[in-house]
Ligand binder design. Sequence first.
Ligand code: TXA
Ligand code: MG
Length: 309
Amino acid sequence: MARIVQPDDLGIAAAVDALRRGELIGLPTETVYGLAADATSDAAVQRVFSVKGRPATHPLIVHIADADGLETFTKQLTPNLRALADAFWPGPLTMIVRANQSVSRRVTGGRDTVAVRCPSHSVAHAVIRRLGHAIAAPSANRFGAVSPTTAQHVVADLGADIDIVLDGGECHVGVESTIVDCTSNDVVLLRPGAVTAEQIDAVLRADDHPQAPRVTDGTASESRAPGMLQSHYAPRARLVLHESGDHVDAGSAPVLDFSGDLHDAAQRLYRDLRQLDADGVALAHIVLPPPGGLGQAIRDRLTKAAAGR
Ligand code: TXA
Ligand code: MG
């Protein structure tokens, strides 16, 4: 069973030793906890897929300690990439770039593109720096289940398959990073997150580019980011979504209201969904936030959590 370890010097050293042996660890980031492997070890990366129960064609995100690390993964350091890395890294933005030959096709699910992110969490940083190269880390939940935002969530899901979970407390953001496809001049939003489409658009426009790039919405295209559509992030409870809390006739079923402060709503989203299952709730009513800003990410996750139940 996994040990929850304090992220002091000793804890970080133990976690990095485990990664060097090809083992997986639970790692806090500012968004959600990751199931981390040494990105340069195909055997360790393979283990991520088997532990998560994830199809081999669903690519992983590589996590680097600073923007310089981007050159290891792509030769095409376009103006868009530089501008977005300057503006949002370290932070909850993942960029899909053209992959160098040297990038493991196990990590990319066989694709010629790779997802790169530079997290802002100090523990994630310390681990990547001490290891000396990138880690590959999907969210530390079983495939299709709710993402973890505490070390205890990771142990509850994957405790039998990993030895160490570094305890960084509750994740600050609470929903997974924004993913944008940066392989063409226009930047395509694949997964909404805490870095919003509005913020990305503002950065791209500030750059005096000959053809000012735009952010376009690709969130409905399964082929661009495999594994992001349909039922996902899902608790066992059936969820009924409402645009407003005014006329919810819930009877004895619980009502979770995410229409207030958006940062607070994102931070408690997965904790609240997990609590429904812990309480054995069969049906819950959900009040959605409005769609702007971080509301887009919260609505995206709740819509998928409610799908197909
Ligand atoms: O906040 C996050 O991004 C968290 C933390 C742990 O960093 N990680 C995370 O990873 O959410 P994961 O594996 O649960 O989600 C990664 C998503 C997948 O839906 C996958 O399809 C997409 O990223 N992805 C990765 N590489 C891609 C690529 N080359 N092209 C398109 N989509 C890609
Ligand atoms: Mg995930």
